[in-house]
Write a protein that binds this ligand. Structure first.
Ligand SMILES: Cc1cc2nc3c(=O)[nH]c(=O)nc-3n(C[C@H](O)[C@H](O)[C@H](O)COP(=O)(O)OP(=O)(O)OC[C@H]3O[C@@H](n4cnc5c(N)ncnc54)[C@H](O)[C@@H]3O)c2cc1C
Length: 420
């Protein structure tokens, strides 16, 4: 067990970034009696935490680098309609990320990373219950059905193999193997082109934007201020405290700081010894009306398209585009997602799209988030959650709040040490 941090626990902490990860950390710090100020350059859920698919799926929360993704990624390079896109002219940061990602895309590395995820996955859903019992008004919905659908049994074999690996690694996941007709019986929104499916059990989903706003409301109600328009340009450890400077000239001092800045994580974290590159893995989404709203998420793995019921509209999400987070929304990607989903969904009006959105998954080359103390005992990392920041955001917040207030690193966080 690492030594406890010297000195008293911090009384006033600044959390930079008002996405799922930052706000969950703020909430669990408040649980431990810490005063919190949250700063965001834009506002609540301005980054990836808004338009994502909202799946709370610890059963399939796995490291992104793995041999199949790599094979797929290389084959698909350069095609604007492919679900994985790497631009022809990569900058130095992207090249570093891709080199690291490639190195980690082996079966052995995947198994090691999976072992790090399993203890997190085991506790992920119970932390949502803690938030909701503690006053967060949004709800993590039980997925009454969660269907992965395919045209053919051959396509399905890829996920069946993956589920075999996930299970062999020690992750609990229950599922049924269905024919197309059986899948349509469970989920009438699937078209006749669906010829094979897998039904996952025990997973949940949220309307992510709504959930993160409800979390922000709860953080405020418990006494924190959430400052929008606070673009943090400098964080300086001055020994007795940490100075946080914004572009508008605010200059305040805190006992400790949490960096929860999503895809922009490296900008502030690098000077505190975090060398791991965080690369934007951009994804797109939109929502459409559908005749029969699915009772839970619908996944088309071969097309890399994820659908989630959000009230009276279905969110359709997809793409993994390794480009600058600030690049404009590329309409070709939206069209590609709509065309990939069109033949497989029944009764969805894919031309009546609203809420077209692009956002950036904060991806690390080894597929593991960066959570914990940096080189400074007063500056903490909460970033790099890649595909899984909604599922693992609340648990990250609980464990990091424990580390910040006790000085001890919880065992679950050891593999995610930001100084690795
Ligand atoms: C298409 C798509 C589908 C996804 N589906 C799922 C899913 O189903 N389940 C799941 O678990 N995950 C999913 N994800 C991943 C998930 O969205 C992210 O992992 C998660 O939202 C990351 O949360 P975050 O709080 O770390 O970052 P963000 O939500 O991006 O928040 C970072 C915040 O930091 C602020 N910020 C940055 N720099 C500064 C600065 N210098 N000063 C002040 N503020 C700053 C930004 O304005 C932003 O609000 C998906 C992602 C995409 C793109």
């Amino acid at each position: 067990m690492p030594a406890a941090q010297p000195g008293p626990a911090p009384q006033h902490v600044a959390v930079i970034g008002a996405g799922m990860v930052g706000l969950a950390t703020a909430w669990f710090l408040q649980e431990r009696g810490v005063r919190v100020t949250v700063l965001d350059r834009t506002g609540v859920a301005a980054g990836a935490s808004w338009g994502n698919a909202g799946w709370l799926t610890p059963g399939i929360t796995t490291p992104l680098p793995e041999p199949a993704v790599l094979r797929y990624g290389l084959r698909a390079v350069l095609s604007p309609s492919s679900p994985v896109y790497v631009p022809p002219r990569a900058d130095v940061k992207l090249l570093r990320f891709l080199a690291g990602f490639t190195r980690h895309s082996t079966a052995a590395k995947w198994r090691t990373a999976m072992r790090a995820y399993i203890p997190m996955n085991r506790r992920a859903l119970e932390t949502f219950e803690a938030l909701e019992a503690g006053g967060v008004t949004a709800r993590a919905n039980e997925a009454k059905s969660f269907i992965a659908a395919y045209r053919t049994e051959t396509e399905r074999s890829v996920l069946l193999d993956e589920l075999g690996h996930i299970h062999a690694a020690g992750q609990e996941i229950e599922f049924d193997v269905l024919t197309g007709a059986e899948a349509r019986e469970v989920e009438p929104s699937l078209s006749d082109h669906v010829g094979a499916a897998i039904r996952l059990h025990g997973q949940r989903f949220v309307n992510p934007g709504q959930y993160v706003h409800a979390l922000a409301d709860s953080v405020r109600a418990r006494g924190a201020s959430i400052v929008a328009g606070a673009d943090v340009v400098d964080v300086r450890d001055e020994g007795a405290g940490v100075r946080v400077v914004t572009a508008a000239g605010a200059d305040d001092r805190y006992d400790a700081v949490v960096l929860a800045t999503g895809t922009w994580f490296g900008e502030l974290a690098r000077r505190f010894g975090v060398r791991t590159v965080v690369q934007a893995g951009r994804g797109y989404s939109f929502s459409v009306p559908i005749e029969h709203m699915p009772a839970g998420p619908v996944y088309f793995p071969a097309q890399r398209v994820a659908c989630t019921p959000l009230g009276d509209r279905l969110r359709v999400a997809g793409m993994m585009e390794f480009r600058r987070a600030e690049a404009p929304l590329d309409r070709r990607r939206i069209t590609a997602i709509a065309e990939a989903a069109r033949p497989l969904l029944r009764g969805a009006d894919l031309d009546a799209r609203t809420d077209e959105w692009v956002g950036s998954r904060p991806c690390t080359p080894d597929g593991l988030p960066l959570i914990g103390r940096t080189r400074s005992p007063r500056v903490f990392a909460a970033g790099g959650h890649g595909m899984w920041g909604i599922t693992l955001g609340p648990l990250t917040g609980t464990l990091l709040a424990e580390q910040i207030t006790t000085g001890r690193q919880p065992a679950e966080l050891r593999p995610f040490d930001p100084l690795r």
